[in-house]
Design a protein around this ligand. Structure first.
Ligand code: PMP
Length: 775
């Protein structure tokens, strides 16, 4: 076959000057007087170490006769640019030619011209850097491997702002042009190697080439292999010597080239562990984008395939030593084989260290979590892969409208929160025993949203812990040990607050120091009288317990989203205080703007609680929670104990929570919630007109319940149909849950990113789902 269309230099024999000639060339072009020269070998050009009386003092490069001068100028400019951006990078810099132009930025000043017969060679001289060249990569420590990744990232960062028109070239070693090496594979002597390379190129053509333009691109070095780096005794890079392979390409090809080089000679399976170490080092400097990470396996394999193609093609033409090429190809073929053996997806997972999604996840879940773990939500469980805003996507690529999850309140994967978490965890995550601004600012801003007396904040990690801390403080402050909660309340999992969570009690019910009261059933006109609460207090007193606290979820989620009158709630608070107890406003559900009418749901009732507990939406999915109380209560608690939670108030959690507060303001979330909630209830009521099974539609903001009954005249709950509608909605791509004493209330509690735009989608699915179920 003829010469493929690529860089001529790869197809031409490098120059063949002798050591004596090199000495003479150095003297003629740069005015130095070496005592000798040592040929260092090179694929493109000829490189000599020049020796003087005091040892090696410079590196002489004589370029290939077909080399393009502009390419050399680009190399000189790039090296200088990178060194200016990151002076700590040990880059070998070219010497100016004596008598050349004064302008240090003019790359022409760094090359001399040498005419030999009809050929012109360019001659360049470089500083000698310390360290050993051509280190055996199997001798590198893990730390050195990761360090190599870090230096590669620094070099990429240093070249980020560099451009040169010649960077737009077909540098065949660059996996960008992998498919052009297909014809070269005819020269691969080993059919197994050829077959492996072909499989990689097929994959590249199908999976990588179409999305290549989406990869971050810039001028990259492209070849920081053991051949182009000097290292010290620890394996740390002390010299970066050759910019000859640079081109404008995907940033991630730098990683492919170093993986290819550093895994040589190791057990094939080591490619996974070593790549993870390289990525660790790389991402200390430059975090990779998801697509770059997803394609690491393909890029590494492509670079290996390209290696097989180019070296075999050159060997066939006598440009490289056949025995050396054979050994080199065997090594990269092993890397390809390891990746193919794993399979592309599994390889991507192992190269980047992602969780193992293989096998039957539901079975694995049951096996490892056991029976106490809450079951999966749907008859046909969903395996989710990603989510954005109010839309979630499963492993089959199906999208679901999320009308259920209140935790990602400002929207799934909100970039403000995600970036805040990522940035902070890259720089510092520690605990509250050190000073750090994030938790302090967060506490100040939370306090500013509350009535003035609520001036003291403790950070914890979950709603349960927030309620637990409030409970402990209430017990300490009142000297009482009794508690009150609503009949179907849920307040968490600790020993103290699981007692206040009758919803989940499967055993003997609430313990003897706890009493429950029925919140008003506004649909059936029941329990609206203050005597219901008074009776609960009396039952508690009769058993010898004064109330330490009454606790209430301001939107009564697990009781079925009833909306009590403010005066009634005020009466409950007053009665609690008259009995010597305190009031805990559990804002884990109703807070952070869920009602749209106020930041905290207790504000709608015109009450001043003694504790406000926060959780779920506070970090948009990141675990962070808090209890806000009055100073004197905290002081009373402090007489008994010091409060410290290892993770509570850590900077990562705190910046997540700050980002949520910012987004609530910036996106004017609260008025949007009011509007979306009204539109949603209106649309559901329209559906209910045709479907009498919908007995009641109620709620505030985006905390809503749809009560399903057998017959609106009897208002008899229909939990079976409620569950069928929930599954029917899931089949139609809409996610809701169920709640309420009889589990006959559809829980419609979407992320607050839910807007009027999603209302018709929800209503259409509900219409179908309810129509498809039978009474
Ligand atoms: N309080 C309420 C009202 C809740 O809904 C929940 C959780 N569903 C909790 C407390 C407990 O929060 P966590 O699961 O974060 O411990």
């Amino acid at each position: 076959m003829g010469a493929p269309a690529f860089d001529e230099v790869l197809q031409a024999t490098p120059p063949r000057f002798s050591a004596d000639e090199a000495v003479e060339i150095a003297a003629r072009t740069f005015g130095v007087s070496p005592t000798g020269a040592r040929n260092l070998g090179s694929e493109r050009d000829q490189t000599f170490m020049l020796e003087g009386a005091d040892g090696s003092f410079a590196v002489l490069k004589v370029s290939n006769a077909v080399e393009d001068a502009a390419m050399l100028d680009m190399e000189a400019s790039a090296a200088q640019h990178a060194r200016r951006v990151d002076p700590g990078l040990p880059i070998a810099l070219p010497w100016p030619v004596p008598g050349a132009a004064d302008d240090a930025d003019d790359p022409v000043a760094y090359r001399a011209s040498l005419e030999v017969g009809e050929h012109e060679h360019f001659v360049r001289m470089y500083d000698v850097l310390p360290g050993t060249a051509g280190v055996d990569p199997t001798t590198l420590s893990d730390a050195a491997i990761a360090g190599w990744g870090e230096t590669t990232a620094r070099l990429g960062r240093a070249l980020r702002g560099f451009f040169h028109p010649r960077a737009e070239r077909t540098m065949l070693w660059d996996p960008q042009h992998a498919l052009r090496t297909r014809p070269l594979l005819d020269d691969v002597p080993d059919p197994t190697h050829r077959e492996l390379a072909l499989r990689v190129l097929d994959r590249f053509e199908a999976a990588v080439a179409p999305i290549w333009p989406e990869l971050r691109a810039q001028v990259v070095h492209g070849d920081l292999t053991v051949d182009n780096a000097l290292v010290d005794a620890d394996g740390t890079i002390t010299g970066i010597t050759d910019f000859g392979d640079m081109s404008h390409s995907a940033l991630a090809i730098d990683i492919a080239s170093i993986v290819d080089s550093l895994v040589a000679g190791r057990e094939a399976d080591e490619v996974f562990r070593l790549t993870r170490l390289i990525l660790d080092g790389y991402q200390r400097v430059t975090p990779l984008e998801p697509l770059e990470l997803a394609l690491v396996g393909e890029l590494v394999a492509a670079r290996c395939a390209v290696t097989i193609a180019i070296t075999s093609w050159r060997a066939a033409r006598g440009l490289d030593d056949a025995g050396y090429v054979e050994r080199y190809c065997a090594s990269v073929a092993r890397t390809i084989q390891a990746i193919l053996d794993a399979g592309w997806e599994e390889a991507a997972r192992r190269l980047t260290g992602s969780p193992d999604a293989g096998g039957d996840l539901a079975a694995r879940r049951t096996r490892v979590f056991g029976p106490a773990m809450e079951p999966l939500t749907y008859a046909h469980p969903i395996t989710m892969t990603s989510a954005r805003g109010v839309w979630m996507t499963d492993t089959d690529g199906r999208t679901y409208l999320d009308a259920y999850n209140n935790v990602p309140s400002v929207g799934h994967s909100h970039p403000r929160v995600a970036e805040a978490i990522a940035r902070q965890s890259r720089s510092l995550n520690t605990n509250m025993r050190y000073l750090h601004a994030a938790a302090i600012e967060l506490a100040e801003r939370l306090v500013a949203t509350c009535p003035p007396a609520l001036d003291t904040v403790l950070f914890v990690n979950s709603g349960s812990e927030a309620n637990d801390a409030a409970w402990r403080m209430a017990v300490a402050a009142t000297g009482h040990d009794g508690g009150l909660c609503t009949a179907m309340a849920y307040h968490g999992i600790t020993h103290a607050v699981s007692a206040l969570s009758p919803e989940l009690t499967t055993g003997p019910g609430v313990p003897e120091h706890i009493e429950t009261w029925e919140p008003p059933d506004t649909y059936r006109g029941l329990h609206g009288d203050p005597s219901v609460f008074a009776a609960a207090l009396e039952r508690l007193a009769a058993r010898g317990h004064g109330p330490a606290a009454a606790i209430m979820d301001g939107v009564l989620t697990s009781d079925g989203f009833f909306d009590p009158d403010p005066e009634l709630v005020q009466t409950w608070v007053r009665m609690t205080r008259e009995a010597g107890g305190l009031w805990i406003a559990d804002e884990v559900q109703g807070g952070h703007g869920r009602t749209g009418e106020a930041m905290w749901s207790f504000q709608r009732y015109g009450i001043e609680p003694d504790f406000v507990t926060l959780g779920k939406p506070m970090g948009n999915g990141h675990p962070v929670a808090a209890v806000i109380t009055r100073r004197e209560i905290a002081e009373r608690f402090a007489r008994e104990t010091v409060f410290f939670s290892t993770f509570g108030g850590n900077p990562v959690s705190a910046v997540a929570a700050l980002a949520v507060l910012d987004v609530l303001e910036d996106e004017r979330v609260l008025p949007r919630v009011v509007e979306a909630g009204e539109a949603l209830r209106g649309a559901i009521r329209d559906v209910a007109e045709q479907h009498p099974a919908i007995g009641d539609v109620r709620g505030v903001g985006l905390a809503n319940g749809i009560e399903v009954v057998t017959d609106p005249s009897t208002k008899e709950p229909d939990p079976a149909r409620t569950s069928a509608v929930k599954d029917g909605l899931r089949e139609r791509g809409v996610l809701v849950g169920t709640t309420g004493r009889r589990d006959n209330v559809l829980k419609v509690r979407p992320p607050l990113a839910f807007t009027t735009a999603e209302v018709p989608v929800f209503a259409a699915a509900l219409e179908e789902a309810i129509g498809a179920t039978k009474a």
